[in-house]
Design a protein around this ligand. Structure first.
Ligand SMILES: [Zn+2]
Length: 299
């Protein structure tokens, strides 16, 4: 059979449904962003027809917001991997699917509602076992990628205080004030999320990239930009700890007056690694972890 190629500039979602519904044995999907709510019915149909379904997508907030659907599909037998590249410059931005080792869907289209608003392309190639094999090799490579690094990101130690049961997080806490070179100085502190316990891991860490990255990250225009900035921040942090442990979050001391003219001090969490989630609060009230570097500039 000869190779058949079709390029689509609209109705992408419908095309995907059509092609995947024709699957007979296996579907491998590597797409950065997938709206699992929209594709749930299709994925369910594949699984119940005994078609092997494997999915790799980016580990970001957008995909994690469908965690219920993801867990449900995994429970039904799908293999789904949310992939966060530990190195920020190696993003999972693929958008391809391999069907039955001989059909390929590839293009710029993310399988998410946002993608329908922009100009995207989708190419469907049928009867192309050689190309399909190459894409499948890439798929298998992604499945294996950096499991060790991801384990390090997920690792959290238990608090040793009697009866606490809390978890210890490594937080790079910057002081409130900038130096005149727009640098921030901070300490790496290990903080319990349950009791008052904390200890100092590293002191006097100076960084002039993170302040800028953090500002952009917290004002990111969309998920894509957020994802890229997340990676750049993670890169900056990678040098501060070893292979087995990671910096879980970045915080910054803030002081001021509250509504009743009383002084307050707190540490705001500005960035968290994706595995931490709500286990770490967004703000530590009445706490500075004794991070005070007086650079005499407040911006
Ligand atoms: Zn504790």
């Amino acid at each position: 059979m000869s190779v058949k190629v079709k390029v689509h500039f609209e109705n992408h979602s419908q095309i995907i449904h059509e092609i995947l519904t024709e699957a007979k044995t296996e579907v491998c999907i590597a797409v950065a962003w997938i709206n699992f709510k929209v594709y749930l019915g299709l994925f369910e149909k594949l699984i119940s027809s005994n078609i092997k379904l494997r999915i790799i997508c980016s580990d970001c907030n957008a995909n994690r917001s469908h965690q219920i659907q993801i867990d449900w599909l995994i429970g039904k037998g799908a293999k789904i991997k949310l992939l966060k590249m530990p190195n920020g410059r190696n993003h999972m931005h693929h958008k391809f699917a391999v069907v039955d080792d001989d059909t390929l869907i590839n293009g710029s289209f993310n399988w998410s509602p946002n993608a329908t608003k922009s100009f995207e392309n989708l190419t469907v190639i049928k009867n192309c076992p050689n190309e399909a094999r190459k894409f499948k090799e890439e798929f298998e490579r992604l499945l294996k990628v950096k499991t060790a690094s991801i384990k390090a990101l997920q690792k959290v130690n238990k608090c040793k205080q009697k009866g606490c049961g809390g978890e210890l997080f490594n937080i790079l806490v910057f002081s409130e004030k900038y130096s005149k070179y727009y640098e921030l100085t901070g300490d790496l502190v290990r903080v319990c999320n349950s009791c008052e316990e904390y200890s100092r891991v590293k002191e006097d860490i100076v960084n002039n990239q993170l302040p800028i990255l953090l500002q952009s990250y917290n004002g990111a225009a969309d998920e894509y930009e957020e994802d890229v900035l997340y990676g750049l921040i993670a890169d900056q942090l990678s040098g501060y700890m070893n292979k087995k442990e990671t910096v879980h979050a970045i915080g910054r001391v803030a002081t001021g007056l509250d509504g009743f003219d009383n002084d307050y001090i707190q540490t705001n969490i500005l960035w968290k690694n994706v595995f931490v989630g709500t286990r770490l609060p967004d703000c530590f009230e009445d706490k500075s972890f004794d991070v005070f570097y007086d650079n005499s500039y407040t911006l």
